[in-house]
Design a protein around this ligand. Structure first.
Ligand code: F6P
Length: 575
């Protein structure tokens, strides 16, 4: 799987040094000049795929830097890593697993067997179960303890067991099917569960406990509180029967789900070769299939499979995820831009920045190379953003005039997701204008001319000009979807997934583990009893003070609020 080359640090390679040497020269060049030097730049630096146009012509590089970056990808053996990924080799080496989320959507070139079992066969069988369940639910054939049909489904899950499904359901609001409402509770802050449950009727509510490990304390706490809520509504019934009728589990630890009390027929599984943040294509997507119908869920999978094919087969220089990865490596690792903004000009995509935060940062926020030594370069950007129009009236000032450069992805679609006249043109014009303004800026001369045309005095012009100058030179990509559909959404999310993988492979890190989330989780479970006991021996001064303050103001906790229903035994599995 790994060759000799991948063990030597990429940052020692000649091509790495060549790229480093090019940074000062590129920083001097105006983005606008790149267009005059290369009249065909817009089309040369664009890729048209079945679902969208990726225009990366407003990027801070020319053909020769791009050629160098492609050489870097070759030096890093990206093509071999890509082949190993799709062949099911254990590329998640620190957890000793393959990474096969493309198999969930039919994105492999060839079936892979894990421990002698066909991955494709397992996936199809589980999808079939999912489909049957959704039909049952949509037909009103699923009833609660009193015989009332299930009308509301609450997904209890966090991170990858929440963000993908909710992001997709929000994005596909124009593609809803059936009349079962889907709600999400991800936070262990009881306020969220309380709010959601306040509007629901216990008799007709079904809970999906979505957890790969079935040990995540936030999710299990919510699941136990949901059961208590049902018990309060139906005190005559046993916890066992409520669990059987009102709970479904989606997990890679089916035994733990059954131990919790979910009926085997209601346990939908996925596998440890699916990373939590890449799991929306698995049974974790059940809420999507409920909200949008199984056919739309299938179309989402098909769109992603199309992107798998593209990533697998397209040569590096025509490969959209690879190009996006190289741009990110260029900006973040070489140019030193630490952040990257995701700016959807499509309200339905409002959760995409949050989704990509987990997908990208939990994957590439690392500081150890595959060889187990500390990196001497940055491995990935801080991802942030929100819908573009709202951002324009909030943080775009920073994008335009702060000395920092924040590369951005603008994402919109040609077809509006509504039929209100005039809105879409305004929306798209804003998106196009913003990337243009970031690229070109406005220089002092133009500002002065504009102010003079408004009749300002020379003194006033001199005084105001510095404040109105925009340096420009801020790069961006634009992804223009033909329309936002289940298919194009699948392609868009898979584009980012493969960009993340390619970036990690080039920078010689393992993108599919997430050890960095374990430390805090462990500490929280140790501190939790101390909130009640007040025994603070061994705690640092700040933490001890915070706990003491909490205890003093709250009147000290007498109960930890431990659940009455016993938690499933930890399956001891990493996500
Ligand atoms: O945040 C850490 C993490 O392990 C994620 O990788 C995962 O998506 C999330 O927790 C939820 O884990 P689980 O699905 O096992 O409850």
């Amino acid at each position: 799987m790994q060759d000799a080359q991948s063990h030597s640090s990429i940052s020692q390679s000649a091509i790495w040094k060549q790229l480093q040497a090019r940074v000062p020269e590129v920083q001097q060049r105006r983005l606008a000049d790149l267009f005059s030097e290369d009249p065909a730049r817009a089309s040369n630096f664009s890729l048209e795929l079945p679902e969208f146009l990726l225009d990366y012509s407003k990027s801070q590089l020319d053909r020769s830097v791009l050629a160098n970056l492609l050489d870097l990808a070759r030096e890093a053996n990206l093509e071999q890593w890509r082949a190993d990924f799709f062949a099911g080799k254990p590329i998640n080496a620190t957890e000793g697993r393959p990474v096969l989320h493309p198999a969930l959507r039919g994105g492999l070139a060839q079936d892979v067997e894990i421990e002698g079992v066909s991955v494709t066969r397992q996936v199809s069988a589980e999808l079939e179960r999912l489909k049957e369940f959704v039909v049952l639910l949509h037909n009103g054939d699923l009833t609660g303890y009193s015989g009332k049909r299930i009308t509301d489904v609450v997904n209890l899950g966090v991170g990858g067991s929440h963000l993908g499904p909710q992001t997709a359901i929000e994005a596909l609001r124009a593609h809803r099917k059936g009349d079962v409402a889907v709600h999400f509770v991800s936070n262990v802050d009881g306020a969220q569960l309380t709010d959601v449950l306040a509007g629901l009727d216990a008799e007709s509510t079904l809970f999906i406990v979505s957890s790969k490990t079935f040990t995540t304390s936030e999710t299990m706490t919510n699941a136990r509180s949901a059961l208590k809520w049902l018990q309060r509504a139906a005190p005559e019934l046993s916890a066992e029967s409520l669990l059987q009728q009102h709970f479904v589990a989606v997990t890679a630890s089916p035994d733990a789900a059954q131990k919790f009390g979910v009926l085997p027929a209601r346990v939908f599984r996925f596998w440890d070769w699916v990373g939590g943040r890449f799991s929306l294509w698995s049974s974790i997507g059940l809420p999507i299939a409920i909200a949008c119908g199984f056919e739309n869920f299938r179309a989402l999978l098909d769109g992603a499979a199309g992107m798998d094919r593209h990533f697998r087969e397209a040569p590096l220089h025509e490969n959209a995820p690879v190009i996006m990865a190289l741009l990110s490596v260029w900006y973040c690792t070489f140019m030193g831009y630490p952040a990257h903004a995701v700016l959807p000009y499509e309200h339905a995509l409002h959760m995409l920045p949050a989704y990509l935060q987990q997908a990208d940062m939990e994957s590439n926020g690392k500081s150890t190379t595959r060889a187990g030594v500390e990196v001497n370069y940055t491995t990935g950007p801080l991802i942030w953003g929100q819908t573009g129009i709202n951002g324009q009236h909030a943080f775009y000032q920073y994008l335009h005039q702060s000395p920092e450069v924040v590369p951005a992805d603008f994402i919109g679609s040609v077809a509006p997701g509504h039929d209100l006249e005039g809105h879409h043109e305004i929306l798209l014009a804003n998106m196009f204008a913003q990337s243009q303004a970031l690229m070109n800026g406005v220089d002092a001369e133009s500002v002065a001319r504009e102010l003079a045309a408004k009749g300002l005095s020379p003194e006033e012009i001199k005084r105001l000009t510095p404040f109105k100058v925009h340096r420009g030179g801020k790069p961006s990509n634009t992804i223009l979807l033909k329309e936002l559909s289940p298919r194009s959404l699948g392609a868009l999310i898979a584009l980012y997934e493969h960009k993340i993988f390619a970036q990690g492979a080039i920078l010689q890190i393992y993108s599919f583990d997430q050890w960095g989330v374990e430390l805090g989780k462990g500490l929280a479970s140790k501190l939790e009893p101390k909130l009640a006991s007040g025994s603070l021996a061994g705690e640092d001064g700040s933490t001890a003070q915070l706990i003491e303050y909490y205890r003093r103001i709250s009147g000290a906790v007498t109960s930890t609020g431990l659940p009455e229903v016993e938690a499933a035994e930890p399956a001891g599995e990493q996500v």
